[in-house]
Design a protein around this ligand. Sequence first.
Ligand code: PYC
Length: 309
Amino acid sequence: MHVIDSHTGGMPTRVILDGGPDLGSGPLSARATELSEDHQEFCNAILFEPRGQAGMVGALLVEPIDPDCVTGVIYFDADAVLGMCGHGTIGLAVTLAHLGRIDIGTHKFETPAGVVTIDLHDNNTVSVTNIESRVVHPDVTVEVKGQGTFTGDMAYGGNWFFIARSPIEVSAEQIPPLTELAVQIRAACHQAGLAGPDGQRVDHVILSGDSPCDAVLRRNFVLCPDDEYDRSPCGTGSSAFAACLAAKDQLAAGEEITLESVIGSSYQLSYQPGSAGGVIPRITGQAHVMADSRLIFAENDPFRSGITL
Ligand code: PYC
């Protein structure tokens, strides 16, 4: 299986160029459902140790339905298939440029959440114009046993986020307590029955803090479905964040801000108004290719399907 690994602001993406399961030719959302329901062993083998690494997101290339798209792509982490992935899209664009499959300029990728547009500015720098993002439930309060109440917004940016102010300093030293609290908040959201219009549950949590850098609006800790933290500022999370800022009149259309991840990598973020009352976010970040390799799944390898203990 031919894979290319990159990282976007420290967050790894593994693009799978061949050897993935046949998911048919239906809508990408149906193919994503099939991947999550019928091919868990494949996902585990790609992302879990010993082949994968903590936090890594897989990007399975598939045939797009929209003929204007360069490729279709289904993203997945070690726990869930994702509707969209911003850092993965930046990593995929840089990977396709590394392979000579796209040139500097504008291209489209089809994802289960919809078609996204990318501008490849140079071999490492990419802007992603995401799908329309929106606040789903503003100002919701959830109770976390032993920790008190947390008020935040449920918002959609290609995945489903609960976004609250962090009571803990958002810094690399605080990653373990931030992770623990975010896991508890996500469980509280589930327990409270917080859901999107079709019952979608919160799958990511953002604990938003201050940055030591004046030019940065916020430093955000982002918990992913697999309980890993996003090393990048999270593209779909930044999109959901933009929708919240816009809804509160805290960011005007076209105004550009900088968001940081918990490890200090950054994205530029702006938006234009969407047609359905939300926002169309644009995120700019950088990715670097790290490896161009072939994965081997030997029949006699006891950890052929990854370490799933
Ligand atoms: O960048 O959208 C993102 C993302 C989702 C999960 C990990 N990264």
